[in-house]
Design a protein around this ligand. Structure first.
Ligand SMILES: [Zn+2]
Length: 296
């Protein structure tokens, strides 16, 4: 009897220990804040359930004109790591980080080391280079490598898991890349104009030609003169497609479409901006399919 008691006591104690350890691990999950929803998606794909991640933007806001909420400051205060694009894209993020005054916070700039489109092709006047680097799957892989490194540094025990998750995710990205190329292959007229200059990396990778941008400065309305110039260009160069975005005012694309007969195709550079674009990969494939349908 005595033995049985002792045996049960030991079993019970070790059981309690397991429960406590599991709870402790759950509590110790690394908290990551991503500025934008595709970065959240990258972190989920690499970190799996070892990581708790939250994006500040939902995909419905413009990344240029966002104003952080009190809950964003609270999230950054709690976080171990914040993941951003950089290159001045999130103009609001430095003051957010400062206001959160979290001295444990590791800031990860995922655009580091990425070759940039600059100058006339860029459209973002006064920037270091066009910041919408994630819209090229090969550049996105560089961003993902930064995330894998940052998670491994924060959680060295998870390193091999993060690396194998990265390998799996890269395979999915390669398949997406190939599918978009196949979808766009039959298109002969590859000229587009875009509303905000978010698409130079996508265009470069998939061999589309951006003839002009409606917005010269992100977040600002174009002048009447610029609109007239664009109407002339669209007609002269036989541009048949105008790319707009749900985050932007549809008025100007409509004026140009009405004057020229060009089609408007609504695309989102942020996952979640439109139905069927919930993940980064879905958003990229949606972009390829919509462009192919409009340019056909
Ligand atoms: Zn932009």
């Amino acid at each position: 009897m005595n033995y049985l008691y002792r045996y049960l006591a030991i079993v019970l104690a070790s059981f309690m220990l397991t429960v406590n350890t599991t709870q402790a691990l759950a509590i110790q999950k690394i908290k990551v804040v991503a500025t934008l929803p595709f970065l959240e998606d990258f972190v989920k794909n690499i970190g799996g359930d070892r990581i708790e991640v939250k994006s500040l933007l939902s995909g419905l806001e413009s990344e240029h004109t966002y104003t952080p909420k009190p809950s964003d400051i609270a999230a950054v205060k709690e976080a171990g790591v914040i993941i951003k694009v950089g290159l001045g894209l999130e103009v609001w993020v430095d003051s957010l980080i400062k206001n959160a005054s979290n001295n444990r916070l590791v800031v990860v700039t995922t655009s580091n080391g990425i070759p940039l489109v600059r100058g006339e092709e860029d459209g973002h006047e006064g920037h270091l280079g066009n910041p919408h680097v994630w819209l090229d799957p090969e550049r996105a892989k560089i961003m993902i490598r930064h995330i894998t490194e940052a998670l491994s540094a924060a959680d060295p025990a998870g390193r091999s898991i993060y690396l194998s998750n990265q390998a799996e995710y890269f395979k999915k990205i390669d398949r997406m890349h190939k599918r978009i190329e196949d979808t766009l292959r039959p298109i002969t007229n590859r000229k587009i104009i875009t509303h905000h200059p978010a698409w130079p990396y996508f265009a470069q990778r998939f061999k589309l030609q951006i003839v002009d941008n409606i917005q010269i400065q992100p977040g600002t309305e174009p002048s009447a003169r610029h609109i007239v110039d664009m109407i002339g260009k669209v007609k002269r160069e036989n541009v048949r497609v105008i790319v707009s975005e749900p985050q932007l005012n549809p008025k100007v694309p409509k004026i140009i479409a009405d004057e020229t007969g060009a089609r408007i195709v609504v695309l989102t550079p942020m996952p979640g901006g439109l139905p069927g674009t919930g993940s980064y990969i879905e958003m990229m494939e949606y972009t390829g399919e919509q462009l192919a349908a409009a340019l056909r």
